[in-house]
Design a protein around this ligand. Structure first.
Ligand code: PEP
Length: 251
């Protein structure tokens, strides 16, 4: 895994009230006290961000949002801006999760504006990419990844590329219990790193590429042991402190 610090990020999606989130973090922190050499992030709903930033202060847990608008302010009903997230000390933002692309019409063009805005705000962007089952069956995985990665990173200045996190999340593996094999995940994550190298070989060395899709305590160690996999974006298994802590331990 070279010199890159692995990142284990828990995407809570539309789960957990503030009270649920507080109970989770009280149970998680003692379980990961001894974990070293791994970055940990939780990604709560907007309503729980400020409470989680407070409750995790001084711990190794960072708090990421699940989306943000690229503009600082404006007539965008229902959206949240980066200055608003910065005000509550959020550390990073998930961008382009397949659920946002599928259910909320998130486009590569919108993501191309969001990536540099998140970096400019001093936060870590986590760009999610991945193919459908049909695309994989038709041999279109690399074409899809190339398109999503190149479009998403298009407006990121070369000197900031290395600070981006890219999560490879095959859509057929998200929430299905059907994890990619370690070989499939490594092949895709290696391909993504090669795409970054096409822009900057130095950035390709530092950019962190995560795998996401039905990561569980039982399969985490094998996935995280692959050369180009620098961590995991975890959905379902991040909702329980026991399973999330076990995945952090595997890293
Ligand atoms: C996700 O939603 O990003 C995800 C990977 O979910 P799960 O771990 O439940 O497949």
């Amino acid at each position: 895994m070279s010199g890159r610090t692995p990142l284990i990020a828990g995407n809570w999606k539309m789960h957990k009230t503030v009270a649920d989130a507080e109970a989770f973090i009280s149970a998680l922190l003692p379980r990961i006290y001894a974990a070293d050499g791994v970055d940990v992030a939780i990604c709560p709903a907007f309503t729980a961000l400020a409470a989680m930033v407070d409750s995790t202060r001084g711990s190794r847990v960072q708090v990421f949002a699940q989306n943000a608008h690229h503009a600082a302010e404006g007539a965008f009903t229902g959206e949240v801006s980066l200055p608003m997230l910065g005000e509550v000390d959020v550390h990073g933002v998930i961008l382009g999760h397949s659920e946002r692309r599928e259910f909320f019409g998130e486009t590569d063009r919108a993501l191309a504006l969001k990536l540099p805005a998140v970096l400019e705000a001093g936060m870590v962007p986590v760009l999610c990419v991945g193919e459908t089952e049909d695309e994989r069956d038709n041999g279109d995985t690399e074409r899809k990844l190339r398109h999503q990665v190149q479009e998403g990173l298009a407006k990121v200045p070369e000197e900031q590329l290395g600070g981006v996190v890219i999560a490879y999340e095959p859509i057929w593996a998200i929430g299905t219990g059907r994890v990619a094999t370690a070989e499939q995940a490594q092949e895709a994550c290696g391909f993504i790193r090669a795409l970054v190298a096409g822009r900057s070989s130095a950035a390709a060395e530092t950019v962190r590429v995560l795998y996401g899709g039905s990561v569980k305590p039982e399969n985490a160690a094998e996935l995280l042991g692959q050369a180009d996999i620098d961590g995991a974006l975890v959905g379902g298994a991040s909702l329980e402190p026991e399973s999330f802590a076990a995945i952090i331990a595997a890293a």
